[in-house]
Design a protein around this ligand. Structure first.
Ligand SMILES: [Fe+2]
Length: 180
């Protein structure tokens, strides 16, 4: 998830996937492989930096929820990789060093508050349907590869649950911070 995702609070809204690039007339399989490659790289990266956030957080509540979300992202990454292998892929895209350098220090920072970190995600997911529209769109277009279609549909269910929790935590921690 996307976080596809530069995270400072002022970051422009983006979508989970920037879209297909490659052949002029891509097949269904071409589009699926390209999206799965990019999406897996993000999910894998999310599973790597979320524990850094949990470690830096003073909140038991955050540590609890982040543990499950990190595990979800790890499962998404692992099962997307498995599907890519089934589709014949042997090499896998990774997020850029530039993006790592931008995102990891922000979430690993003990100086940055949980509210700041949650705010950046709530901003990113402000229009959650629009954020995930590239995946929802591909799901709607898939005619042949039903295994991938339902794999993506059930992953999206998880992502919506994750966004719901981030929003709830933001509201409760921001309210508490405002009273402090
Ligand atoms: Fe995910």
């Amino acid at each position: 998830m996307n976080t596809a995702q530069s995270q400072p609070a002022a970051a422009p809204r983006r979508q989970v996937y920037a879209g297909y690039t490659g052949k002029a007339d891509p097949s269904e399989r071409d589009r699926i492989v390209h999206l799965l490659q990019m999406y897996r790289s993000t999910e894998h990266f999310n599973a790597e930096y979320l524990p850094l956030w949990a470690q830096a957080s003073p909140s038991e509540a955050m540590k609890g929820g982040l543990r499950i979300i990190q595990a979800r992202e790890g499962v998404h990454a692992r099962l997307i990789k498995e599907r890519l292998r089934e589709l014949g892929e042997t090499e896998f895209v990774e997020v850029s060093q530039e993006r790592r350098a931008q995102v990891e220090p922000f979430f690993a920072s003990a100086e940055r508050s949980d509210v700041e970190k949650l705010e950046s995600l709530v901003h990113l997911f402000a229009d959650v349907d629009d954020f995930f529209a590239p995946i929802t769109g591909l799901i709607a277009d898939i005619k042949e590869d039903l295994r991938t279609r339902e794999l993506l549909r059930t992953i999206l269910d998880d992502e919506y649950a994750t966004v719901k929790w981030f929003r709830q935590m933001y509201e409760s921690l921001a309210a508490r911070a405002a009273q402090a």
